[in-house]
Write a protein that binds this ligand. Structure first.
Ligand SMILES: Cc1cc2nc3c(=O)[nH]c(=O)nc-3n(C[C@H](O)[C@H](O)[C@H](O)COP(=O)(O)OP(=O)(O)OC[C@H]3O[C@@H](n4cnc5c(N)ncnc54)[C@H](O)[C@@H]3O)c2cc1C
Length: 409
């Protein structure tokens, strides 16, 4: 187990500086254009693929960094560049993690390369769990997967919503109900291969922020996938369902829910790190502006009312980063989240990003309110962090119930 450290080692510093260079030279200059276009920034993803940032290898290397700082450091730098473009670059990772976590070696080897494509023909992937009536309440999911034994195929029907890269993905990972009696433990994940009949894109959402990231409904109408597309395989699923039925009988479902919670605790710090990146970006713009903008014959930072805001912004950003790094270190080193530290980090960092980006607009005055300066976009982008991967209310619920020793529901 690695000791918790707040010091990046030489190798991590090198990676951070390289990512920062890409964020500053390639992502940030493209941010306003793709925000206005509200389209996936394919050329930027391709650039990222060319230099090795858009690849499973890169994320795996960061993920297995025993200090736990690899992923948060990478997310902070890319999202510092621009949240919408960065989500287009890392969004495929959500689906890839779904396959890595539940797939067999063969499934990993077959599908993950198809999720990323190659640098001359980049592809993206989508992870489809949320539904119109199942957002925070994942257990109320309705999309159904039924096994057709005669053909060794699964038949999937339902509507997914809010899917990042939904409909434009080469590979979709779809979560569906296989046993409605078991709540979230009766769910299983399926690969829907490229070009599968019955999968189509529904509405593409016009969003408040992260507009360079594609978000859409995914309709599954009698989608048939081979038995080999069930992540983990049928035997493992049958064993898991049998165990879940036993546990549900023994504990009224309590342990089932706690097991689901542990998975989110480990992934939430990464979203916290994205929020830290956006908050830091807005803070830096505001600090620079406050030093150079003069009113009443002096830089506005000479007013305590402005300087104290910057002091609070920086304090909150640093505190958020520390919570994120702690939770990420805990996740990598298998430490139990006895106080829901993963949710804590996501809650604090996402609320900080919303607050700090609003303060940045205030410090830039009229300029902050226009699209001539990037803080207006950053403020719109920051609002997503308190919503996806569990809203702030759900994080508070998870933390409170963990502290109280109550089941998570
Ligand atoms: C841009 C974007 C990208 C996304 N990408 C993906 C993706 O790739 N894949 C995917 O599967 N999903 C994705 N999502 C979905 C996202 O995870 C959900 O939007 C989120 O979980 C919230 O669900 P909901 O929108 O249905 O809100 P609801 O669950 O309906 O919540 C509405 C409000 O009620 C509050 N609330 C609900 N229950 C409680 C409670 N018990 N106690 C207190 N307050 C409560 C919430 O906090 C919120 O304020 C994305 C969403 C967006 C906006």
């Amino acid at each position: 187990m690695a000791e918790f450290t707040m010091e990046l080692n030489d190798e991590q510093r090198e990676v951070r500086d390289w990512l920062h260079g890409f964020a500053a030279d390639v992502i940030r200059p493209a941010a306003a254009e793709w925000d206005e276009r509200e389209e996936t920034p394919w050329p930027v993803i391709q650039e990222a693929a060319k230099v090795g940032i858009y690849s499973l290898d890169f994320y795996a290397q960061q993920y297995f960094d025993p200090t736990g700082l690899g992923i948060p450091m990478a997310m902070e730098e890319l999202f510092w560049g621009d949240a919408g473009i960065a989500l287009s670059i890392v969004g495929t990772g959500l689906a890839a993690v779904g396959v890595l976590a539940n797939g067999t070696e063969e499934q990993i080897g077959t599908w993950i390369p198809q999720m990323y494509g190659d640098q001359n023909d980049v592809k993206v992937a989508a992870f489809c769990s949320s539904e119109p009536d199942a957002g925070s309440d994942v257990a109320s999911m309705r999309t159904r997967a039924v096994y057709d034994e005669a053909k060794d195929e699964w038949v999937i029907n339902g509507t997914k919503t809010w899917a990042t890269n939904g409909g434009i993905a080469n590979v979709h990972v779809v979560v569906a109900v296989v046993d409605p009696e078991l709540g979230s433990k009766g769910h299983a994940s399926f690969i829907v291969p490229p070009g599968t009949a019955g999968l189509s894109q529904g509405q593409k959402f016009k969003k408040h922020g992260i507009r360079a990231s594609h978000t859409a409904e995914v309709i599954l109408d009698n989608v048939r996938v081979p038995g080999s597309c069930l992540l983990g395989g049928k035997e493992k699923l049958d064993e898991r369902l049998a165990r879940a039925r036993e546990r549900a009988k023994a504990s009224g479902g309590e342990r089932v829910k706690n097991a689901a919670m542990a998975t989110f605790e480990a992934s939430r710090p990464a979203v916290g790190a994205m929020a830290v990146g956006t908050a830091r970006a807005a803070y830096e713009v505001a600090l620079d502006y406050a030093r150079t903008r003069e009113q009443f014959g002096r830089p506005i930072i000479d007013n305590q009312g402005v300087a104290f805001q910057l002091a609070d912004m920086r304090t909150q950003i640093d505190a958020a980063r520390l919570l994120v790094w702690r939770a990420s270190w805990m996740a990598v080193n298998g430490k139990p989240f006895t106080a829901a530290e993963g949710s804590m980090s996501k809650l604090f960092a996402s609320e900080t990003a919303k607050k700090v980006t609003a303060q940045a607009i205030q410090i830039l005055g009229g300029n902050g309110y226009t699209r001539e300066y990037p803080v207006e976009r950053m403020h719109r982008d920051a609002a997503i962090y308190t919503i996806f991967e569990g809203t702030s209310e759900i994080q508070r619920l998870v933390i409170a119930r963990t502290l109280a020793g109550m089941p998570i529901r």
